[in-house]
Design a protein around this ligand. Structure first.
Ligand code: ATP
Ligand code: MG
Length: 562
């Protein structure tokens, strides 16, 4: 497929034309290991690794692990797994920002020696007071003019652990009256007596993100440092550090982050869903995480396709979740075998069909794939159809089975409903139908037509399965758009998970392989649950629905009534 061009490619093309960086293209994906990757990260991964691939360059995987308090090895491992699963390879260039802590420290001393950084003893509250406002410049810290030697001595003692958390920081000496807050003498090192997942107790001072990130890029020789728009007004600081230290200068380029409707894409908020027990974990199939999407049944290629399709721009927007669903639906339409499964079974007895007879019906595995072949589906006197496919008193637009009406059973026969059997509570428990032996395979020799084709499963041959249906995790397209965005959990959809325990599937699904996807005819695409499915006791996740006109009509009516 021809790749869409975008403004980042234009920048790279220009750089190559001018032989900037000797024609090298070197990108990186720099996650902070403080959570699992989500679909927004996939966008960044596909962009960075994709550019490297297309320009025959390199892309590093780098853990931006400069904050010891929130980072864990579990996250590191999941990020490696998810990035690899998406299909990308970093060619052995897996780096940790924490491996550069000695270098960062030396660079910080370099700034002090140039008179460009100082140790500041203001308390955090005082610092805030000195910072000024949007309309008022900040005030210089009384410690700003400390001599270089004193700064070096204090900084070394900060490192040696002589001072308590929060008592001193190292700040860059830039401009307290800059209209850009990031340039008002930002903190570049803080004291944090906290062990780090990689360096243990070696350090009790840690660099701030803005200082560390540009150095990481420079150390690795990154040519194009791609990040999201929030960092646009950090770019002057990024440039200032590299220019002041006079070291290799990577170019920061910002693009719009992915926002997806009906979910949240922030590790912090996803962590709240996990810790609050709103979902079963980071890999809950409703989560927009890579591990959640994988468990739901998304494939790496469908996610890559999605990322390609949404493109890269410089303005923020919310992407419709149907684009993501469309990408997997399109793929599975070509690859997933069709099978029949009944989610809400209604028993049907074919009263004129012999008790013990079983016929093997010819069924096409995938009409989109001629190589997929055929299979046999057993037919017998007692069957199940979907409860929704029968109505005792059908409204005008309902064309499926009803008393006295004829419908086709897929790959089998026409049946006619003769009798509706109810229990004492008046609930329908069984239909008595007749079949027309002349219609085997699904066509009537006299050319008569029926309006509906129903899926079905033979009772005697049915496999009992659990099926999990998912709806959007949130009720609102933008769940964070409320007075207090932190309160976004009020917008969770209470019906986002529905578990159906007594579903019936045709026998070929008995030992469905974990992760294998199928189209359940008329119901959608499903995959055998990776963690909970067992041979003989399969569990299926619905990945996406099929487009269903009746469901649309129902939804419209429901919307009208609400
Ligand atoms: P979050 O807000 O989810 O915590 P983050 O930006 O803090 O995300 P990082 O681990 O720092 O997460 O991100 C690693 C890379 O992924 C960064 O380059 C970041 O710009 C990118 N990224 C994160 N979220 C998105 C998103 N929604 N869309 C596109 N890129 C993203
Ligand atoms: Mg972050």
């Amino acid at each position: 497929m021809e790749k869409q061009t975008n403004f980042i490619r234009d920048i790279i093309d220009d750089d190559l034309k001018n032989n900037k960086n000797d024609g090298r293209v070197h990108t990186r994906f720099p996650p902070e290991p403080n959570g699992y990757l989500h679909i927004g990260h996939a966008k960044s991964i596909c962009l960075n690794f994709g550019l490297a691939e297309d320009y025959k360059g390199l892309c590093n995987l780098r853990f931006d692990d400069t904050n010891p308090t929130k980072e864990e090895t579990e996250y590191v491992n999941s990020i490696i797994e998810d990035t690899r699963w998406l299909g990308w390879d970093w060619g052995g260039r897996l780096f940790y920002a924490s491996d550069y802590f000695d270098k960062f420290y030396d660079y910080a001393k370099g700034l002090i020696k140039k008179g460009k950084a100082y140790v500041c003893d203001l308390t955090p509250e005082q610092t805030r007071g000195y910072r000024g406002t949007l309309t008022k410049p900040g005030k210089n810290s009384p410690y700003r003019e400390r001599p270089v030697d004193e700064n070096l001595d204090l900084f070394e003692r900060m490192k040696a652990g002589e001072f308590e958390d929060g008592t001193r920081v190292l700040r860059a000496k830039i401009d307290m009256s800059s209209p850009n807050f990031n340039m008002r003498d930002p903190v570049i090192y803080r004291i944090l007596k906290s062990a780090h997942h990689n360096t243990g107790d070696k350090w009790c001072i840690y660099p701030m993100y803005d200082f560390a990130h540009c150095l990481e890029d420079s150390i690795e020789g990154i040519t194009h440092s791609i990040c999201t728009l929030e960092f646009e007004n950090h770019r002057p600081l990024y440039d200032w550090f590299l220019d002041t230290l006079d070291i290799f200068h990577s170019q920061q380029i910002e693009f719009a982050r992915l926002n997806l409707g009906f979910t949240v894409l922030s590790k912090r908020k996803l962590l709240r869903l996990v810790q609050g027990g709103y979902v079963s974990g980071w890999n809950d199939p409703r989560m927009p995480t890579i591990s959640g999407l994988r468990r739901r049944g998304y494939t790496p290629s469908s996610i890559r396709k999605f990322c390609e399709r949404i493109g890269v721009a410089k303005f923020n927007s919310i992407i419709d979740i149907s684009i993501l669903e469309g990408s997997i639906r399109e793929e599975l339409n070509l690859t997933a075998p069709r099978v029949m499964a009944v989610l809400n079974p209604l028993k049907v007895v074919i009263i004129n069909y012999p008790e013990d007879k079983v016929e093997e019906m010819d069924a096409v595995n995938n009409p989109e794939d001629p190589t997929a072949g055929k299979r046999n589906v057993p037919f017998s006197r007692v069957l199940y159809i979907e409860r929704d496919d029968f109505m005792e008193d059908p409204p005008k637009k309902f064309f499926r089975l009803a008393p006295g009406r004829e419908a086709r059973l897929r790959y089998a026969y026409f049946i006619t409903c003769k009798d509706v059997i109810k229990n004492e509570q008046g609930e329908i428990i069984e239909l008595h139908c007749t079949y027309d032996p002349q219609t085997r395979g699904g066509d009537a020799p006299d050319g008569r037509r029926v309006k509906a084709t129903l899926h079905w499963v033979s009772d005697r041959h049915a496999i009992e399965a659990e099926v999990r249906l998912y709806e959007h995790l949130f009720l609102k397209e933008n769940p964070e758009k409320i007075e207090d965005g932190e309160n976004f959990t009020v917008n969770l959809n209470p019906d986002s998970l529905k578990i159906l325990k007594n579903c019936k599937t045709e026998p070929c699904l008995k030992d469905a392989k974990a992760g294998k996807a199928y189209q359940f005819e008329r119901l959608g695409y499903f995959c055998a649950e990776i963690l909970d499915s067992r041979p003989g006791n399969p569990v299926f996740n619905r990945i996406v629905t099929l487009k269903d006109t009746w469901a649309k009509i129902q939804n419209k009516e429901r919307a009208k009534n609400n």
